[in-house]
Design a protein around this ligand. Structure first.
Ligand SMILES: [Zn+2]
Length: 113
């Protein structure tokens, strides 16, 4: 049981997505985050945090098909989480609103520091 969990952990969030398919999605999306537009080819640090996101979460039955998968930076992928949205655009609006909320909290912390 523990081994199974460990195996899943090391396989990452999309264990059955091949590198080839992930690369197809990155190329289709021009290595840019669907949500915030972060350009994965602009800097190595950006490229390092690119992930593949299931628009309709895999954990909630979302298909592992190219039309349900988008390039997402890790922060956006985490913010979106396993929430279900009616469309990719609705998911994007949620993520961007949340990022803005967190940006304001960040700015307040910088001011207070
Ligand atoms: Zn992003």
């Amino acid at each position: 049981m523990a081994f199974k969990r460990l195996k899943k952990f090391f396989a990452g969030p999309t264990p059955h997505l091949s590198r080839e398919d992930a690369m197809k999605i990155f190329k289709r999306d021009h290595f840019k985050c669907h949500y915030c537009g972060l350009d994965g080819l602009h800097r190595f640090e950006n490229w390092l945090i690119l992930t593949i996101d299931h628009i309709h979460p895999h954990a909630k039955g979302g298909a592992r098909t190219l039309d349900n998968l988008v390039t997402a930076c890790q922060p956006c992928n985490v913010i979106k989480g396993k929430r279900i949205f009616k469309s990719a655009q609705e998911a994007k609006a949620y993520v961007l609103a949340k990022r803005e909320e967190w940006r304001q909290a960040f700015q307040e912390q910088v001011k207070a520091a």
